[in-house]
Design a protein around this ligand. Structure first.
Ligand code: PLP
Length: 416
C-alpha cells in the first residue's frame, strides 16, 4: 500500500471531530443519578460523612463489589495509599518496594510515613513489577511490596503473594488505574492485604478527586479508619486520639457522586474493554507496533491504551510518531511520565522535610541510598519507547477505527 501524506505534513487528517474525552462530559457518564444524590445531600443539609449516608453506603457497596469486608473512603488515591501504608504501620526506615513507572501518589505516602521507597524493575511486556527483580531487592528492612497495576493491567499477583508470604511482609495493591481488573479470576485490590483506588477525574469512576482503600483484614481496617479520621476513636467522653493520623475523610457531596458512579463502573470497564480489544484487533495489522500484553487468565481494564514501537522498525522517534498521530486527530503522547519516578527531583535529590533528607538520613535507616539512571533498565526502556493512546467508555466503533487508522498511517509513513 502506498504511503499517504501525513496530516503533520499538510495531508488530510483521519478525523477532525474531537474524540470523547475523560476530561469532560463528552467522555463520561454523569447524569440524573449523580444529580439526584447531590440534591438529597443539599436538601438534608448533611454534608459531613459522620451523620450522612452516602459515604457509608459507598464503603459498604464498594466492599461488597470486591467481596471484602471493609472499605475506607478518602479524599484521593494518594490518601487511599497513605491510609494503607499507615494501616500497615512501618517503622521509620523500613523499606517499601514499588514500581518506577507510576504517579507520585504511589510514592509520596511511603516517605510521609517515614519509610523508604525502593524501586524494582518491570516486566518489559506488561509494564508491571517483575517478581524476580522484587526478590532481588528485598532486604532485611523490607516491610511491604506495593505493586502498581499500570494502565489497568494486573501485576503477577501470585508470584508477589508468594514472595510476600515467604518474607512475612505486606502486599499493598495500587489499583488507582485498574478498577475491576482481574488476575486469574480474582479482582485486583483483593489479592494483597489491602487495595487502593483513585476517583480523580480521569479514573474509571470519578468524583473529580477521591479515593478508597479496601481490605478483608479487621486490624488493617481499624487502623485505616482511625488514620483517615485523625486517629480519633469517636464515641468516648473525652477525645481519644489513639495515634498520629490525618483528616482524609470523604464528604457527603463526594460520596453522593461516588455512589452514582459506582453503579456505572462495571459498564464503564466493559465498554473500555470492548473498545480496547477492537483496537488491538485493528492494530494486529500494523507490524512493528506492540499492543498491550495481557497475561493468560488476566483481565485488563484499560485506563489508557499503551503501545510501544519495535526497535528499528520505524525511522521516527516515538515523539515524532506521537505528534503524527495527534495531527491525524487522535491525541497521543510519547514517554508517559517521561522518566522513571526515582529520577524526579523529589527522590533523586531527596527533597523532603526542611533542610533534612528525612527519612533517608534517619539513624534508624543508617545506610546510604542513591537513585540513579540505570537502576531499572527495563522500565527506562519502556519509557523511551512507549506511546499513550486514549481509551474511553464512550468510544464508538468508528472512533476506535479512526485511532487504528491514525496509527496505521504513521506506521506506514515511517516504516523502515
Ligand atoms: C497509579 C496511580 N497511583 C496513585 C495515584 C494517585 O491518585 P490521586 O491523583 O487520586 O491522588 C494515581 C493517580 O493519578 C495513579 O495513577
Amino acid at each position: 500500500m502506498s504511503k499517504m501524506k501525513l496530516a503533520v505534513h499538510g495531508g488530510i487528517p483521519v478525523r477532525t471531530a474531537p474524540l470523547p474525552s475523560i476530561g469532560d462530559i463528552s467522555g463520561r457518564f454523569f447524569g440524573e443519578e449523580e444529580l439526584a444524590n447531590l440534591r438529597q445531600v443539599i436538601e438534608t443539609g448533611k454534608l459531613f460523612r459522620h451523620g450522612g449516608t452516602f459515604v457509608e453506603r459507598l464503603e459498604k457497596e464498594f466492599a461488597a463489589l470486591h467481596g471484602v469486608r471493609h472499605a475506607v473512603a478518602s479524599t484521593s488515591g494518594t490518601a487511599a495509599i497513605h491510609i494503607a501504608i499507615a494501616a500497615v504501620n512501618p517503622d521509620p526506615g523500613d523499606e517499601i518496594i514499588t514500581s518506577p513507572i507510576t504517579d507520585i501518589g504511589s510514592v509520596a505516602p511511603i516517605l510521609m510515613q517515614n519509610a523508604i521507597p525502593i524501586f524494582a524493575d518491570l516486566d518489559p511486556e506488561t509494564y508491571t513489577l517483575d517478581p524476580a527483580s522484587v526478590s532481588e531487592r528485598i532486604s532485611d528492612r523490607t516491610r511491604a511490596i506495593l505493586p502498581v497495576h499500570l494502565f489497568g493491567n494486573p501485576t503477577d499477583m501470585n508470584a508477589l503473594s508468594a514472595i510476600a508470604s515467604e518474607k512475612g511482609i505486606a502486599l499493598i495493591e495500587d489499583c488507582c488505574q485498574a478498577y475491576l481488573a482481574e488476575d486469574k479470576g480474582r479482582l485486583v485490590g483483593t489479592i494483597g492485604d489491602i487495595g487502593c483506588f483513585s476517583m480523580q477525574q480521569s479514573k474509571h469512576m470519578t468524583t473529580g478527586d477521591g479515593g478508597i482503600t479496601i481490605t478483608d483484614t479487621d486490624a488493617l481496617a481499624d487502623r485505616a479508619c482511625l488514620f483517615a479520621d485523625k486517629g480519633w476513636a469517636r464515641g468516648g467522653e473525652v477525645r481519644d486520639y489513639l495515634f498520629l493520623g490525618l483528616n482524609y475523610r470523604m464528604n457527603e457531596l463526594t460520596g453522593a457522586v461516588a455512589c452514582a458512579q459506582l453503579g456505572k463502573v462495571r459498564d464503564v470497564v466493559g465498554r473500555r474493554r470492548q473498545a480496547a480489544e477492537r483496537l488491538s484487533r485493528r492494530l494486529q495489522e500494523v507490524p512493528g507496533v506492540q499492543r498491550p500484553t495481557v497475561r493468560e487468565g488476566c483481565k485488563h481494564s484499560y485506563w489508557l491504551y499503551a503501545i510501544t514501537l519495535q526497535e528499528r522498525a520505524f525511522s521516527a522517534s516515538p515523539g515524532e510518531f506521537a505528534k503524527a498521530i495527534s495531527a491525524e486527530g487522535v491525541s497521543a503522547s510519547a514517554g508517559y511520565i517521561g522518566r522513571p519516578i526515582y529520577l524526579a527531583p523529589v527522590l533523586r535529590e531527596k527533597i523532603t522535610f526542611g533542610r533534612s533528607h528525612h527519612p533517608y538520613d534517619c539513624p534508624a535507616y543508617g545506610k546510604p541510598l542513591e537513585y540513579r539512571e540505570g537502576d531499572c533498565p527495563a522500565a527506562e526502556e519502556i519509557l523511551r519507547r512507549i506511546i499513550i493512546l486514549p481509551c474511553d467508555e464512550k468510544f464508538t466503533d468508528k472512533d476506535v477505527d479512526d485511532i487504528a487508522e491514525a496509527v496505521w498511517k504513521a506506521a506506514e509513513f515511517y516504516r523502515c
